[in-house]
Design a protein around this ligand. Structure first.
Ligand code: TYM
Length: 334
């Protein structure tokens, strides 16, 4: 990695299967950014512990997520793709930054409020301090840019607040990061209810396209997507949220603008349009799925990549952690 590039950081929770929302909102953009930035991508397994996990499935899912990153085009020879929990500096910095974060600001996090409602029986402290661990991920690597979907906007804001607060007290310790949202796909909505975000935890099987869905399933789910009752393919998120969501998805995978899409489907019904979206998405995902199967069959390659990149991440993270320890007055490590 060269010294003159800015640093980019992002990651995903290692739970369940990824959706088209994760792909269009984050992963697809990541793949385009490695030439401009020095990139770090974590498999965020510590964050996943805020919800109860079956240990066997969780371990498998974390490795599968790593393989999906690579299958989507994140070259682990160029990008530092690693496991969050393999770099203990994340948890250490999170503790220190917990002491610079206020209960009031954490209480305002909408994701905390949503998750606390969904998991009423397990509103644990980790769920509450989740954004501080996320801030630590980003700040440890001195990231200037963080490509995410819009649902992470508030977490990026608190990260910036924590960094600025710390810098005001101790000098320029952290780079204050900027979020990056893609033009299309920064908020992919549910196919079953376009007022809700597409999410892997949705109970309705038709709400989300999974990256590992086969072609027929993808096309079937798009055919069933909830839309309005007039038959005009026109971009208008307020009055036509379902169609507008499908247009954003189609635009994102074909690089076509809304005007081009409107023209393409002028005078055609929703049936034709939905089929075209389904086919375009299936075409986009087929190579990813083939590569994913190949990677799962060859475990040694992935294992080697993990080892090498864990080490690289550890080196970068330790540098920042040392600085932070010195600044707050912790005694030197022997
Ligand atoms: P997670 O695992 O929920 O989602 C991973 C990424 O996918 C994006 N995303 C979406 N984008 C568009 N439309 C959707 N429907 C959609 N659903 C999900 C998310 O915005 C995210 O970019 N807290 C993070 C993980 C994390 C992280 C970090 C991210 C932990 N530490 C440091 C960046 C930097 C999360 O839960 O993402």
């Amino acid at each position: 990695m060269s010294d003159d590039k800015q640093i980019l950081y992002s990651g995903m929770q290692a739970t369940g299967s990824l959706t088209l929302g994760n792909y269009l909102g984050a992963l697809k953009n990541w793949v385009k950014m490695h030439e401009e930035y020095d990139c770090y991508y974590g498999v965020m397994d510590l964050h996943s512990l805020t919800v109860r996990q079956d240990p066997v499935k969780f371990r498998q899912n974390a490795k599968k997520l790593y393989a999906l990153y690579v299958a989507a085009g994140l070259d682990p020879e160029i990008n530092c793709v690693y496991f969050q929990s393999h770099v203990s500096a994340h948890a250490e910095l999170a503790w220190i930054l917990d002491c610079f974060t206020y209960m009031g600001e954490l209480s305002r996090m909408t994701q905390f409020k949503d998750k606390a409602q969904k998991h009423e029986d397990n509103v644990n402290a980790g769920l509450f301090t989740y954004p501080v661990l996320m801030a630590s991920d980003i700040l440890l690597y001195q990231a200037a840019v963080v490509p995410v979907g819009i649902d992470q906007k508030q977490h990026l804001e608190i990260t910036r607040d924590i960094a600025e607060r710390f810098n005001n007290l101790y000098g320029d310790v952290f780079t204050v990061p900027e979020p990056y949202f893609g033009e299309n796909g920064a908020k992919v909505m549910s196919l079953a209810d376009p007022s809700k975000k597409m999410s892997k935890s949705d109970e309705n099987q038709n709400a989300a396209i999974l990256l590992i869905d086969d072609r027929d399933t993808i096309i079937r789910k798009f055919k069933r997507a909830v839309t309005d009752s007039d038959a005009e393919v026109r971009y208008d998120p307020d009055t036509k949220p379902g169609i507008s969501n499908l247009m954003e998805i189609y635009g994102s995978v074909t690089d076509k603008s809304s005007e081009e899409i409107e023209k393409e489907f002028q005078g055609k019904g929703y049936g034709d349009f939905k089929l075209a979206v389904g086919e375009a998405v299936a075409d986009e995902l087929t190579p990813l799925q083939q590569k994913y199967e190949e990677l799962l069959a060859d475990k040694t390659y992935i294992e080697e990549c993990i080892k090498r990149n864990d080490e690289k991440a550890r080196r970068a993270a330790t540098k920042t952690l040392r600085k932070v320890r010195r600044k707050v007055g912790l005694t030197d490590l022997s």
